[in-house]
Design a protein around this ligand. Structure first.
Ligand code: PEP
Ligand code: MG
Length: 588
């Protein structure tokens, strides 16, 4: 660590999860984390080079053993990948670079190895050729192995002290498995507001910023920092003045939240008496405590993929039934809507793929996977049905593009119901079945889909991405991702109108439902339910209590005549600001 305090540096990114966190940084390169760094004397250089050689030797041996084992089991070309990994270690240029770093930096061998590999990897990630870019995974893999071989006990990915994590990117599974007790917040270079990583950060209440530029290469582990999850500023080596400002800001934010919580027992009804059901989006049953604390009127979206795919094996029907029944019992007397597996896209794949998906968001995702794997799908459907005996349960299907899929789903539900009846297993025969509306084609045939289901739940995260052709996780096009785009609000209106004609209800469970600047618009467009992360409930409740439905309808009618997202946003934002100024200023 440096002796004197370097100058304050401020990085700017997109805030994705509110909160202010103070702590030492832990830098994690994609796939492996920074080893401890320490200085060595001039006499120690030769010893460090020997340690480097020894770690390389051990790694080479392991790779040969791995190749042999795979050759025996598979007998094909599969083992060659390990041979290719070994070739990296035989590259004399690379070894020389690391040795030079040891001589010049006078730092331990593993840290010099790590620093050189980080530069190599970051350069590779920026390569345009997709084949070469994908090779970074192999290099990460072998680098991780070398680092482990420097020290037997070095496989802990995260440190055991409280820290702010800085990483190139985090997969939703990384975020889901984070140890909340030591993680004060995280920042990433890549990522965007609507990625599942961001959604999980909000669910877990971890302050987070994404899209921070070259932060990983620019800062070092253990640097003191402040993460401002409101404005998207990440301040490394903050001055005393900055620290004092943030301590006072954190205090004021806490007071504001406490004031909001005082409203939690009030019904989410507008000033002129329109009740909007306010429910919660969750990924894990342990979030139910927070759901209760914030008095949600049910669970509007239980994303099952994190529970189903967190281990190597899909949980058995019994395990699934136990989890869904716990959800049903603890949400009772309110409705708990369980969404069937939505794998693929930026989430984990349901099974290893023989070839990577060329276009994951347009590929084998959501209901397509379930319908292609009817045995697994039925296992989930039976579990949901069995849970319905323990509370009020609904189920819904993700990524529906048209009527055929929903009919196929319903046929399988009927089949499962018949099987359970034959076995004498209890379930709710009146259980509500819904379709997620998140693909434009589903909006266009919403009248037809409405005949087949009891409700719609609009997944705006995907609906915006597919309507505007803007990848929800690609930061480069993030400014084009607009919930207030006239096409999106027309899509929402078409959906609520189709639902009304069919006599069914419509909810919104995408992140747009928690955007308080757009609450007037959504209410005016006629949605019946808003489902948001547990920590967003208090703000949305306050917004609903402050709005007038008649006014909101006028806003929506005017917005539907507008040409640009900026005009629509301003209209709704101004109404929000007039109704609940404190909240909108905080979020806008
Ligand atoms: C959505 O698309 O809006 C949604 C709620 O589903 P997910 O974010 O899990 O894709
Ligand atoms: Mg979706």
């Amino acid at each position: 660590m440096a002796e004197e305090h370097p100058a304050e540096r401020v990085f700017h990114g997109s805030p994705v999860s509110r909160g202010i966190a103070f702590g030492p940084v832990h830098v994690s390169a994609r796939g492996f984390s920074a080893p401890d760094v320490y200085e060595i004397s001039a006499d120690g250089v030769a010893h460090e080079k020997e340690r480097l050689e020894a770690a390389f030797d051990l790694t080479r041996k392991q790779l040969i053993q791995l190749k042999d084992r795979i050759d025996q089991v598979a007998g094909g070309d599969e083992g060659l990948v390990f041979e290719a990994h070994g070739m990296l270690l035989d590259d004399p240029g690379l070894q020389k670079k690391i040795e030079q770093a040891i001589e010049e930096r006078r730092q331990n061998a593993e840290f010099c190895f790590y620093a050189v590999m980080q530069t190599v990897l970051e350069a590779m990630r920026r390569i345009v050729d997709p084949y070469l870019r994908e090779r970074t995974v192999d290099i990460e893999d072998v680098s991780q192995r070398v680092l482990r071989n420097f020290q037997a006990n070095q496989d802990a990915i995260l440190p055991d002290h409280q820290h702010l994590l800085a990483a190139y990117d985090l997969a939703p599974s990384d975020t889901a498995s984070m140890d909340r007790s030591n993680l004060l917040g995280f920042v990433t270079e890549a990522g965007s507001v609507n990625s599942h990583t961001a959604i999980l950060a909000r669910a877990l209440g971890i302050p987070a910023i994404v899209g921070l530029g070259d932060v990983v290469l620019e800062i070092t582990t253990l640097a003191p920092a402040i993460l401002d999850g409101y404005s998207g500023k990440f301040i490394v080596y903050p001055s005393e003045e900055t620290s004092a400002y943030y301590r006072s800001l954190a205090h004021r934010k806490r007071k504001k939240r406490e004031a909001l919580e005082e409203l939690r027992d009030q019904e989410s009804t507008t000033l002129d008496g329109r009740h909007i059901t306010l429910s919660a989006n969750i990924e894990f049953t342990h979030e139910l405590d927070l759901v209760h604390e914030n008095r949600a009127e049910g669970v509007g979206l239980f994303r099952t993929e994190f529970f189903l795919l967190e281990t190597d094996r899909v949980p058995s029907e019994e395990d699934q039934t136990a989890t869904y029944s716990e959800l049903a019992r603890r949400t009772s007397p309110h409705l708990a809507i369980i969404r069937t597996l939505d794998s693929g896209g930026d989430k984990l794949s349901a099974e290893p793929l023989t070839a990577p998906e060329p276009n994951p968001f347009l590929g084998w995702r959501g209901i397509r996977v379930s319908l292609d794997r009817p045995a697994n799908f039925k296992k989930q459907l039976r579990s949901i049905l069995r849970a319905s005996a323990h509370g009020k349960v609904g189920m819904m299907f993700p990524f529906i593009s048209g009527v055929t899929e929903i009919r196929q789903c319903q046929a399988l539900v009927k089949e499962c119901m018949a099987e359970l009846t034959e076995d004498g297993t209890a379930f709710d025969t009146e259980l509500q079945v819904g379709a997620m509306i998140e693909i434009p084609s589903a909006v266009l045939v919403a009248d037809e889909i409405a005949k087949e289901v009891d409700f719609f739940s609009i997944g705006t995260n995907d609906l915006i991405q597919y309507t505007l052709a803007v990848d929800r996780i690609n930061n480069r096009v993030a400014k084009l991702y607009r919930a207030s785009h006239p096409s999106v609000i027309r899509m929402i209106k078409m959906t609520t109108d189709a639902a009304k004609r069919a006599g069914i209800w419509t909810g919104v469970c995408g992140e747009m439902a928690a955007d308080l600047s757009l609450t007037p618009l959504l209410v005016g467009l006629g949605v019946d339910e808003l489902s948001v992360g547990p920590r967003e409930l208090a703000g949305v409740r306050k917004a609903l209590l402050s709005l007038d439905f008649g006014e909101c309808q006028k806003i929506a009618a005017d917005a539907l005549k507008m040409a640009t997202s900026a005009e629509v946003y301003k209209l709704s934002h101004d109404a929000a600001k007039a109704a609940y100024p404190d909240l909108v200023e905080e979020i806008a």
